[in-house]
Design a protein around this ligand. Sequence first.
Ligand SMILES: Nc1ncnc2c1ncn2[C@@H]1O[C@H](COP(=O)(O)OP(=O)(O)OP(=O)(O)O)[C@@H](O)[C@H]1O
Ligand SMILES: [Mg+2]
Length: 285
Amino acid sequence: MRFLRPGHHSRKPARTGATWDALSLSNVTYRFGDYTAVKDLSLVIEAGECFGLLGPNGAGKTTIIRLLTTLLPLQDGDASIFGYDVRTQSMAVRRLLGYVPQQLSIEGALTARENVTWFARLYDVPRSERRSRVNEILEMVDLGDVADRVASSFSGGMVRRLELAQALVNRPSLLVLDEPTVGLDPVARDSVWTHVTEMQKQYKMTVLLTTHYMEEAETLCDRVALMHRGELRAVGSPSGLVAELHPAATLEDVFRHFTGDSLASDEKGGLRDVRSARSTAHRLG
Ligand SMILES: Nc1ncnc2c1ncn2[C@@H]1O[C@H](COP(=O)(O)OP(=O)(O)OP(=O)(O)O)[C@@H](O)[C@H]1O
Ligand SMILES: [Mg+2]
């Protein structure tokens, strides 16, 4: 279970005039025992932005996401989502979030409809709206026709779209996607992103995503952050970062510049291995 059912509504904090940033991290440090996975990281994401967190395996991307989604407790520093304090107002934070984790989040023995309905209940979608909301979101991700098939019969691309439906059924203000297209073929990847951008427009969502595909980040993200060994090395628009490096550079060059060529090889055996090992279809068995 990813988010617990909130027992009560936390009150919204008082506004100070300006609208809230979607996300604010200030001097966040996180340690797993002796190992520092996130080092003194500060970052602000504005409402409505599509923001990409980029970096090699082990950079700390998922750790940041787990801190923001309240799945890991904040140690040092502060974080807030639309003005709600992640440490003290975690229930309010969870209500605003939709989250597609790096790991598989669907139950293969349940149908697509059952999977999404389960999330609708978890996220307190009102009972009277549940059925229509579940149908609507399944249609939106093109799973309406297969809604009553068990998820274990789905392809990797269908699984990812089903996970997207789960994350969107509560109409989140901030959609967090941790490598949503890993292991998918190019057509399935395009399909996931088409649905994300459509829904971003429709629900005016802020999107925080991670991906190892630089071309995806370049196309989708208003801004990206290059993360390496727990630290932010650069933040900016893809075109701005590219222009700063070299007139003929690509975002992949920017990545290599700030992360020391880690895209091609890393301690865990390289992206190619990770990609194939994490194929969603494969994980479902
Ligand atoms: N539960 C844990 N216990 C100990 N160390 C951990 C734990 N989770 C993550 N780490 C370590 O923290 C570092 C950051 O991991 P994280 O999963 O945040 O990286 P990432 O940027 O998401 O990488 P990837 O691209 O492979 O998903 C890694 O060195 C990882 O081994
Ligand atoms: Mg990760």
